[in-house]
Ligand binder design. Structure first.
Ligand SMILES: [Ca+2]
Ligand SMILES: [Ca+2]
Ligand SMILES: [Ca+2]
Ligand SMILES: [Ca+2]
Length: 366
């Protein structure tokens, strides 16, 4: 126990040295930025998909310090653990309270990262993966996901390049899409004028298995409605109710946990139970809800979904963060999640850093 704490302090000290040794131009040029806003503003959050940053078929984890530093660390999956400690893949990406998300925006098989500024100057920056680090941050789009719109990533036209989405929610409830050209995002267009209204939690995945990512909205709370709008390749079809799932404060996500090509529902209960429930997609609806795992992502741990062993079935992760900064993984057996015997990492996503994949959302209003 004492050894591990000492090791962690050494790592933290080393990380500081690395940061000081390589100050970024962006950091040096912006000394008068305001204090960092809260990490998760009221009634906001995001569902981040997993990334395969080195393109070996196994999903890896990334950690974003955000704030003034804008550092991005990656720990690559070996299939049984996440390797490397303090592997800095970028020292100037996703500053302050920007929303960091993963996606393969140029379609080369290696996941890249996007940062959504939102607010009054809404831009989307992308840093492409070389397989060993992230290249320079470049603005791929301006005036996208303004104010408190919820950004998301998915390949909605099925061309192999991930696109970006913005959910307006509230009374507007539009869904805007900007398609990736491979080197930028095209002019945004509205793909739905009525989806994910109020404070519904939106998510993106291919629920009918046709190769085009669809949109899903979770009402949570007492109603717990799950609404789907399928992608036609150029727009989203009508909103249709597919299930009752993720009631109360449960954190909802999507992943193909049985590996049939259709994304399924996964919910992480919060509060006292901490069960993980799954409802499999039939392609036209979500089936019966069943418990796949108990006592997962307890306390304030952040859950995530990704195929960490690369067998084609999505697994679940739990990031303890804080000073412990452990990562646990439970692998899909196709009918349940089975926790692996050891931690997959013992110092990754520390303090209040944001992990990808991660489901970060505040509890619904009561
Ligand atoms: Ca696309
Ligand atoms: Ca689809
Ligand atoms: Ca499935
Ligand atoms: Ca798996």
């Amino acid at each position: 126990m004492g050894d591990r704490t000492t090791t962690k302090r050494l790592i933290a000290a080393l990380a500081t040295v690395v940061t000081v040794a390589a100050p970024s131009a962006a950091r040096a040029g912006t000394p008068q930025l305001p204090p960092e806003p809260p990490l998760v503003p009221a009634s906001e959050g995001f569902v981040g998909r997993a990334g395969d940053y080195d393109g070996d078929g196994r999903d890896d984890v990334a950690s974003f310090t955000r704030g003034r530093a804008g550092d991005v660390y990656v720990a690559r999956s070996t299939g049984t653990r996440f390797a490397g400690i303090g592997d800095l893949w970028s020292s100037s990406f996703a500053f302050w309270s920007q929303v960091p998300l993963a996606g393969d925006f140029d379609g080369d098989g290696k996941s890249d990262v996007a940062a959504f500024a939102r607010g009054d100057l809404p831009s989307v920056a992308v840093a492409l993966s070389t397989g060993r680090s992230f290249g320079p941050s470049r603005a791929w789009l301006t005036s996208f996901a303004p104010g408190s719109a919820i950004p998301a990533v998915g390949d909605v036209n099925g061309d192999g390049k991930d696109d970006v989405l913005a959910f307006a929610r509230g009374g507007t409830a539009t869904v805007t899409v900007a398609l990736s050209t491979g080197s930028g995002f095209a002019t945004p267009t509205v793909w739905s004028t009525s989806f994910a209204d109020g404070d519904a939690v939106p998510a993106v995945a291919d629920v009918d298995g046709d190769g085009k990512d669809d949109v899903v909205a979770f009402s949570r709370g007492a109603s717990a409605r799950v609404t789907v709008a399928l992608s036609t390749g150029t727009s989203f079809g009508p909103a249709t109710r597919w299930s009752w799932f993720a009631p109360g404060t449960a954190l909802p996500g999507l992943g193909d946990v049985d590996g049939d090509g259709k994304a399924d529902l996964v919910a992480f209960a919060r509060g006292t139970s901490h069960t993980v429930t799954v409802a499999l997609s039939t392609g036209r609806a979500f089936g019966r809800t069943s418990v796949w795992l108990r006592s997962w992502a307890t306390a304030d741990a952040i859950p995530g979904i990704g195929d960490f062993d690369g067998d084609g079935r999505d697994d679940v992760a739990a990031f303890t963060r804080g000073g412990t900064a452990d990562i646990f993984v439970a692998l899909s057996t196709r009918t349940a999640f089975r926790p692996t015997s050891s931690r997959w990492h013992t110092y990754m996503v520390a303090s209040t850093e944001i992990p990808q994949p991660g489901i970060v959302w505040e509890r619904p209003k009561t």
